[in-house]
Design a protein around this ligand. Sequence first.
Ligand code: PLP
Length: 212
Amino acid sequence: MINEKEVLKIMEEIKPATLIAATKYVDVSGLEELEKLGIKIFGENKVTSLLEKYNTYRGSCSFHMIGTLQTNKVKYIIDKVEMIHSVDSIRLIDEIEKQAQKHNIKMKILVQVNIAKEESKHGFLTEDLKNVFEYLKTKTNIEPRGLMMMAPNIESSKTEKYFQEIKEIRDNLQKEFPEFNLNELSMGMSNDYLYAIKHGATYVRIGRALLK
Ligand SMILES: *Cc1c(COP(=O)(O)O)cnc(C)c1O
């Protein structure tokens, strides 16, 4: 069940950033409720549930892929999502390029950063980012729009430094790669979104906090 009051409160708190409803906990009727409240983007973290919802949902919101994406599944979602937040390998970049070419589209992506160098997390290490963006220059059907991170599972006040760090990294990349528009920072979840907003998040991905 969607907590209407909470959704509206969060949308207000994070302005002018965009609230991406992380919809893994809800079904299609939940999506419809969220749309009525003003949500424009649904974030799915699994290909199967994205496809299931995409095929039954009849509204006008768009879908973003926010979770780990296996290379062999890109073909199923390439023409259904507006953006892929979780680009974490060169192989995945190559596959997105290939599939986007097939469909004659330009796919917007965010490069996922493993900001705290955690074994358990996906994403490029900070020191690799320059090479990744150099590589992206060679791709014609990919439009890089910024960075994405998942904060470590520690006390939310302690994750703040990672939000600050990734913003600086993005600002430096933007200077170095003026050919790209790296406006977007996708960071902040139910427990830490206010810290993420403070440090320039443009997309916050929230799931649990939207529920009753
Ligand atoms: C579920 C999920 C979120 C939202 O997490 P909550 O703690 O429920 O707010 C954000 N990003 C990704 C990639 C997720 O899978």
